[in-house]
Write a protein that binds this ligand. Sequence first.
Ligand code: ARG
Ligand code: ZN
Length: 869
Amino acid sequence: QTIYLSDYKPFGWQIEDVHLTFRLAPETTRVIARIHFAPNPGAPAQDFFLHGEELRLIRAAIDGAEIVPVVTAEGLRCPVPDGPFLWEAEVEIAPAANTALEGLYMSKGMYCTQCEAEGFRKITFYPDRPDVMSTFTVRIEGDLPVLLSNGNPTGAGDGWAEWHDPWPKPAYLFALVAGDLVAHSDSFTTRSGRAVALNIWVRPGDEGKCAFGMEALKKSMTWDEEVYGREYDLDVFNIVAVDDFNMGAMENKGLNIFNSSCVLASPETSTDDNFERIEAIIAHEYFHNWTGNRITCRDWFQLCLKEGLTVFRDSQFTSDMRGPEVKRINDVRDLRARQFPEDQGPLSHPVRPESFQEINNFYTATVYEKGAEVIGMLKRLVGDDGYARALDLYFERHDGDAATIEDWLRVFEDATGRDLGQFKRWYSQAGTPRLSVRETWEPRAPASTPPSRDPATQEAPDQARGDGRFTLSFTQHTPPTPGQPDKAPQVIPIAVGLLNPNGDEVVPTTVLEMTQASQSFSFDGLATRPVASILRGFSAPVVLEREQSREERAFLLAHDTDAFNRWEASQSLARDSLLSTITDGTPPDAAWLDALHKVVTDSTLTPDFRSSMLDLPSQGELAQLLHRRGNVPDPDAIWQASEGLRGIMAERWRASLPALAEEARVDAPYRPDAEQTGKRALGSKILALQSRLDGGKAAQAQFDAADNMTLQLTALACLLRAGAGAGDAALAAFHAQWKDDRLVMDKWFGLQVACAEPDTAVSVAAALTRHADFDWRNPNRFRAVLSALAGHHAAFHAADGSGYDLLADWLIRLDAKNPQTTARMCAAFQTWKRYDEGRQARARAALERIAATPGLSRDTNEMVTRMLT
Ligand code: ARG
Ligand code: ZN
């Protein structure tokens, strides 16, 4: 059954308040609800319907009189009075039997909830939709020491606790936690003087892994006050770490629940990347308090209203904490790795989808990451001041609302006077626009000549002045996507800078605003033909198709003032070099390698940036590129070329590696800050190159001496990649050291798959699924092995179909227990039509086998159906 945005109708009743009582028991939890309904004057007449799934109704009453509603698998209906009334219902649920991890479930003896998007209907009968908002009072009865819900604590005694949340909220933000937990506590005073108690609740034994998360929380609270003027609005802020969780974390009002992998951190057990990710996710969930909770979504089609904006905000936060340049590079890498395949394949959908069967399938890179890119473009177009005014207006106008994308765009229009009618296509049109560019140079274009359309009116500085005109002519085109054969031109902000051949910047970054299918922009008064740096900072989520000489790209790699485009110039040379190796065996581009070597050994640049410069295009990205250029990607050839290139880099740079390793060494005690993280990132890339020359000697030394997980894990990865058993001893030592730490063991599982050769990775993964510690019901452990397999391009796309088959076997098994995680992981197949006929036939067979599974969930069924059509 498909749900459409165009069918939206407000609910016929409002809710004044909700009282819930929970009598906790693993198999027989009672939930008693008392809810005051009143007719919604703004809604069309309708039957009274409450969502409810997997609930055993014990008793229901209206205004004290027992009733017998008609109950179906989706909910219940009953006649109700014309005016306001009190609804009472008692239901029984079985949290211990809830393996879907949606609604109220148990994880290691602890009760917890996940209600977004539509899990509250598994707790009690309710209008489970985000535009129905109410205050909640919750009483929890249970013999566990810690009993938590949303809002402020209002009372507690032996075996019970009560909570009241004064802020009206939709049911998806409801949360309850009960368990034998300990807190890492702190406090924060908001700028208007509210004292807030902060707690991170964990299972005993994990207390030592909370300090970093707590610091991240306090930094987030300060940052949101300073940058967005947003203060926290309750007396307590609780975070709970849960081992069994489908996603990363959840922003429940005053009670954020986190996958333990996204909050617990210590230098011994977490990598620098883990620290950075934890800081970002803590910020993300905290920022939702305003962008998501105080202002929520009218319906689930508007999901990007809160997610795109909150991702954008957490990116800004990370830029401020750790530096904007590398953050931007990482975000673009991530966008290309996860969002581009989605946007360019069968799962393509607009940032604001117009229909769905299962909303959980739309918590996607498109909604989140492209949603954030769209806001970045908006900010670029209206400027920093315009953005600040629009956001102030958004909070002022919509506080307490369940809002829409129309509301969001309206505040920008009202605050800046700009018409965003065309810009709105970024929300409705799916697919990645292709932007191509042509350059023309007219050495003598007298000022009297009328400039071509939309002149950028840029004047060159005096020393560079002349009569020359440089013109950039752009064409945009978005290929068809499912359900959208024809695309209209989008508004594309194109950030451009011009450099003189001597390296001086003659035109600093200027944002060209492209609105038409084809459009030209001229720069007058130039003395010499400039080199154009286009799409600086990746100013729009498009594919830039540019014929540019290698010399020019090498020039930008060396001289561009825009860090992102320096990186991009190198990426583009790397892509071309790898593609020629793949398609006709050409050896790597030596000029590029030398130019790159210059940058990597330039100690005036930060280690962090130098490390990013050593990123190579991923194998998935190369496959995507080949496909876009009309070739059929061969995963084995892509693997060979990538490996070969790394080998040549190691050989060619052999002499510089020891000095680079030395530069990357950190002597100070471990800190997960940007400075040390950057050094270790550079160090790990250098170690990987060294390991190709010394068979793993340096890596073994680093492994033996490591006192933090970053160094230990990067060394282990190098040893595993060295092959020939070089990693066996380290792998066993690592297991012995960490067998009791679930999160570290997830790394142990995943790394073995990620570092295996293509011809063994599938059997390594299969063997790991038979390991005694492979707890496949735990999403983190399941993903550790099977997402690592899906991420191993050459192994997953093995010609014999063994990668597809292993993943399909496990997805079929998991679907019966946990549809959400299964459906998400199905997306691994989304690129299947790129490959050769043999692979396609095997992928299709695997997908059809999943589709034919009796009792397949709606979640997974929707995903495989979209991929098969
Ligand atoms: N709102 C959460 C976040 O982004 C994600 C929760 C999604 N959960 C789900 N079951 N779809 O921070
Ligand atoms: Zn979010």
